[in-house]
Design a protein around this ligand. Structure first.
Ligand code: NAP
Length: 332
């Protein structure tokens, strides 16, 4: 019976990894989530790696896997994957916040967001020693992975590419107060957006996010005052800015039965609408934006750019070179 390298199209479990009879590529990467079978990340990363390997042969034996990890198993998975020599991991629902407590070092930007979506192994291959104290840039918590968050970078690059808008010069109306909205809000404020209006269904979650963002909002590069605001999507305020970028960071739109996250025609005419959801490709919000003749884009470009940045962190190859290859690998 042959014991070749494990097929990257197969969704793995922790039991598969623990049995130890699977062989992995010399340099292995993976996305951990629960559920994970729907993830486009293996296709996107393996497609880009195959294309890059034509000019960078050292990447020829890099492979990216999908591993189903329930939340309670995350600490065990991180220990096991480190032991098995995995170089890098992406984290998706429900691990992005949970992982903070289990990584050795956290990039400062990810610490502000309070979530990580990319991990890089510290130390050498199969090194199971306790991690060293934090480096110059990072806070240390003690274990073997360094955490980053590439979602904000991915959003900024996607909005620039698809809508021609720059977060640094753009009033933003952000829908949602969960993990994705938190990353988006930090990116908007860090890039110096002149005003940020956040709407969320549950008032308590909105208030928590606003109070956490307040110190960052005060650090305006251009000295704008009161640039952070919150409102209920059920009561659209009169003084929303015109020509804002509307970003949907809620999960409303994933299912056909979902309500609209906001009544788009009730807003002053926006400069564009970006929906982080990419499946379905046209959510009811994007459908409404099309009917109103507004520039619009779905979240596929964000998926590509956050993935390209993660691969840059692991490989040192520029994200700008990787992104078109990832995009191509997702195009039928
Ligand atoms: P999350 O932490 O669970 O937050 C969900 C958010 O959606 C909360 O603000 C929640 O409001 C709101 N919400 C849920 N159902 C709603 C409904 N029926 N009506 C109105 N609001 C509703 O999830 P997340 O990690 O932030 O992800 C949010 C979305 O972004 C998901 O669709 C995810 O796939 C997408 N995303 C895409 C990318 C990409 O690369 N394109 C990256 C990250 C995330 P309450 O506070 O009221 O519950």
């Amino acid at each position: 019976m042959s014991h070749g390298i494990t097929d990257t199209q197969r969704v793995l479990t922790l039991a598969d990894l623990e049995q130890g009879d699977l062989s992995f590529a010399q340099t292995s990467l993976a996305v951990l989530g629960h559920p994970i079978a729907h993830s486009l990340s293996p296709q996107m990363h393996n497609g880009a790696l195959a294309a890059l390997a034509k000019e960078a042969p050292q990447l020829a034996d890099w492979r990216y896997y999908a591993i189903d990890v329930p939340p309670a198993d995350l600490p065990r998975a991180l220990r096991l994957l480190r032991k098995r020599g995995f170089l890098g991991l992406n984290l998706t629902i429900p691990h992005k916040v949970l992982a903070l407590a289990h990584v050795a070092e956290i990039d400062p930007a990810a610490r502000v967001i309070g979530a990580v979506n990319t991990l890089r192994r510290l130390g050498g291959a199969n090194d199971d020693q306790p991690a060293h104290a934090g480096g110059d840039q990072c806070d240390s918590l003690g274990d073997g992975w360094q955490g980053f968050n590439t979602d904000g970078y991915g959003l900024a690059a996607a909005v620039r590419e698809t809508l021609g808008l720059d977060l640094s010069g753009q009033p933003v109306i952000l829908l949602g107060a969960g993990g994705a909205a938190r990353g988006a809000a930090v990116e908007c404020l860090a890039q110096g957006c002149p005003s940020l209006w956040i709407a969320n269904r549950t008032a308590a979650n909105l208030e928590t996010l606003l109070s956490e963002l307040a110190p960052l909002a005060d650090k305006s590069r251009r000295g704008e005052k009161n640039r952070l605001h919150g409102f209920s999507p059920a009561r659209v305020p009169d003084d929303l800015p015109a020509h804002a970028l509307v970003i949907n960071a809620t999960s409303a739109g994933l299912r056909e039965s979902d309500p609209m996250p906001i009544d788009l025609p009730a807003l002053p005419r926006p400069a564009g609408v970006y929906d982080m959801i990419y499946n379905p490709p046209e959510t009811p919000l994007l459908h409404r934006a099309r009917k109103l003749g507004l520039p619009r884009a779905n979240g596929l470009s964000m998926l590509v750019h956050q993935g390209a940045k993660a691969l840059e962190i692991w490989s040192g190859i520029a994200a700008s070179r990787i992104a078109p290859l990832m995009q191509k690998s997702l195009t039928p």
